[in-house]
Write a protein that binds this ligand. Structure first.
Ligand code: PGA
Length: 251
């Protein structure tokens, strides 16, 4: 069975000092929750200090982005080898990266390959806009994003990834998809597409998170869906009540 996995995406929040103070506050209680994997994804500059603060606990650390090259003339970018000493995970293709920073499906594909080559687990984000949702294009758009992100990957590479389905209209809006809506899209547009690409056995091994206004109050409903294996959590991962959310996700 797939072990549930909740990751907190802090986005551009918390200075390094505030990040360390926060993880120190929540680490012991998070560490005590059995049967679930948990990670926090701070801003780059807080990553080394947060990694140090959670050392010896079950809490993983993830980055929110990276570039696919290892080094070179790429001003402002951070490479997989720079993250690797501190991180187990890296969020790739978040809708905010795609919308504000010009990330493309092709770029996300390169980043997935680079992350895996350096021992990082990609959390690959997909999800449709409100306009696409209302136009009935969700299935075709999301499955297209999955196909593009995973193009050319081996079964082994695919199996080492996590995917987060995050409808853009549900991110930070308080307007979450219903659990059955999210479960249906994840089954038809993510897991079945992975099965088509890599075979059913590989597809069944891949963890798929829901993201978009997940809270301690609604997480249990999502976890009740057979194909939802956890959550990528933004706003609700910034507060100590994140502990309650993770506890509820662990069931
Ligand atoms: P939210 O963000 O939980 O604040 O909606 C989720 C995300 O963007 O990963």
């Amino acid at each position: 069975m797939r072990t549930p996995f909740v990751a907190g995406n802090w986005k551009m929040n918390k200075t390094a000092d505030a990040a360390v103070a926060f993880v120190r506050e929540i680490a012991a209680e998070l560490d005590a929750i059995a049967g679930i994997d948990v990670a926090v994804c701070p801003p780059f500059i807080a990553i080394p200090a947060v990694a140090e603060a959670v050392r010896g606990t079950k809490i993983g650390v993830g980055a929110q982005n990276m570039y696919h090259e290892v080094s070179g003339a790429y001003t402002g970018e951070v490479s997989p080898t720079m993250l690797q000493p501190y991180c187990q995970y890296v969020i790739l293709g978040h809708s905010e990266r795609r919308a504000y920073f010009g990330e493309t499906d092709e770029g996300v594909n390169k980043k997935i390959v680079a992350a895996l080559a350096h021992g990082l687990t990609p959390i690959v984000c997909v999800g449709e806009s409100l306009a696409q949702n209302e136009a009935g294009e969700t299935q075709s758009f999301v499955s297209g994003q999955v196909r593009a992100a995973f193009a050319g990957l081996s079964n082994e590479q695919a199996a080492a990834c996590v995917i987060a389905y995050e409808p853009i209209w549900a991110i930070g809006t308080g307007r979450s998809a219903t659990a059955s809506q999210a479960g249906d899209i994840i089954r038809t547009s993510v897991r079945d597409v992975l099965a088509d690409l890599f075979g059913r056995e590989t597809a069944e091994a891949i963890r798929i998170q829901y993201g978009g206004s997940v809270t301690e109050d609604n997480i249990a409903e999502y976890m009740g869906q057979a194909d939802i294996d956890g959550a990528l959590v933004g706003g609700a991962s910034l507060k100590p009540t994140f502990i309650k959310l993770v506890r509820a996700a662990a069931g």
